[in-house]
Design a protein around this ligand. Structure first.
Ligand SMILES: *Cc1c(COP(=O)(O)O)cnc(C)c1O
Length: 391
């Protein structure tokens, strides 16, 4: 007989999902009400306000798409790309490749600027591409590339796009709540994120925000958006103005309770404080790893605090280490993807997982497993090194 599922309690320090805050888990279990109930609609309005704070924007079109971050990505491309539009994609990891798929499926033409994995996007190479493709309409890139741990200079890249009359689509799935992201100040046109990375929330929702210019472009499309579900012209009837809500789809009601709670916690902590917390724990983890003799993949100036790509030492069995961490310590860290598979581990310090005790626990667990496997590392120095940065 199949019985109720009771998952083990893990510590989630991979590329997402990350640890969910107990307050969010509690909010998810509150009573379900109707999605057109006036009290629910008031909560939807609050989510919008809280998301505007998290994104640092006044954009009216700011809301969570009822689906994972990949759907947020698709929402941006489906609404902004029209058939035959040229889109320049700066690719420096897994997610740029998905952007290409999105553009092509919208009937657009993707111009790829390929970067080696682990590097940030090079603004000079974007400028060259913009000069060579003066008919390009959109520039798209990933702000925080979770597959490699590299952070790109979103402000500079968006400025360049505008100089050449392009709109910008920015993937901020891993940056939102974890490192500085200023949608209005940087003049980002369309941005999407996820709830399971640095917001301490469960997966399954995708906050997005569109500027007035982007909204105008959507309203003036020659052809209908090819996706019915993701068409903003229809979604706006549901999320748009306060009173007149019409049925579009049934919102994931309890999931939105969770997001509401997560965003309240972000507001209570303060964005700047959240960014600092991610930075502080990154420094502690880095100090511990380096004391042990391990090194980080990404150059210091482009390192994401919330995603640490650690080079796997020679002769160490990648999968065996991760398996032992999971079985002996209930600790999940991430594997490398694509060309970095087998070469790096990805240690996430995202949202509620970005805590001092997690840093110390991860260092102790990794040291224990690596010593058991006779890896050539320094024993007994990681925790003191991490502690010394935390005082
Ligand atoms: C996790 C992630 C996504 C996809 O998120 P899902 O919720 O799995 O769809 C997209 N882009 C980046 C940079 C991510 O880290």
């Amino acid at each position: 007989m199949i019985t109720s599922f009771h998952p083990p309690i893990r510590t989630l320090m991979g590329p997402g999902p990350s640890d969910v805050h107990p307050r969010v888990l509690a909010a998810l279990a509150r009573p379900t009400i109707g999605h057109l109930d006036p009290m629910f609609i008031t909560m939807m309005d609050e989510i919008k306000t809280l998301l505007q704070y998290a994104f640092q924007t006044k954009n009216n079109l700011t809301l969570p798409i009822s689906a994972p971050a990949s759907a947020g990505m698709e929402t941006c491309f489906a609404n902004l790309v029209e058939p035959n539009d040229k889109v320049i994609i700066c690719k420096n990891g897994v997610f740029g490749e998905r952007m290409k798929e999105n553009v092509q499926r919208c009937g657009g033409q993707a111009i790829m600027i390929e970067h080696a994995w682990g590097l940030p996007v090079d603004p000079n190479r974007l400028e060259d591409a913009l000069k060579n493709h003066s008919d390009a309409k959109i520039v798209a890139f990933v702000h925080a590339e979770t597959s490699t741990g590299a952070s790109s200079d979103a402000e500079t890249l968006v400025k360049l796009a505008h100089q050449y009359d392009c709109l910008s689509i920015v993937d901020a799935v891993t940056s939102l709540g974890g490192s500085p992201l200023k949608v209005d100040e940087w003049e980002i046109d369309a941005v999407y994120s996820g709830t399971q990375k640095c917001l301490s929330c469960t997966p399954g929702l995708s906050p997005v925000s569109f500027s007035e210019i982007a909204v105008t472009k959507i309203k003036n499309r020659c052809q209908k958006v090819q996706s019915w579900f993701l068409d903003f012209n229809l979604i706006l009837g549901y999320w748009g103005s306060h009173q007149k809500r019409s049925y579009h789809h049934t919102a994931p009601i309890n999931a939105l309770y969770g997001l509401h709670e997560a965003l309240i916690m972000l507001q209570q902590e303060g964005l700047e404080m959240a960014w600092q917390r991610h930075q502080r724990h990154h420094f502690a983890l880095k100090a511990g790893l380096e004391a042990m003799g391990l090194s980080l993949l990404v150059e210091e100036s482009a390192r994401l605090p919330q995603l640490n790509a650690v080079t796997i030492p020679n002769n160490v069995d990648d999968a065996l280490v991760r398996q032992k961490l999971l079985n002996q310590f209930h600790l999940e860290i991430g594997a490398g993807l694509g060309e970095l598979a087998g070469k790096i581990w990805r240690i996430g310090l995202m949202g509620y997982a970005s805590r001092q005790e997690n840093v110390l626990f991860c260092l102790a667990a990794l040291e224990s497993v690596l010593l058991e496997l006779k890896a050539d590392i320094q024993a007994g120095v990681a925790i003191p090194a991490a502690m010394s940065t935390l005082q």
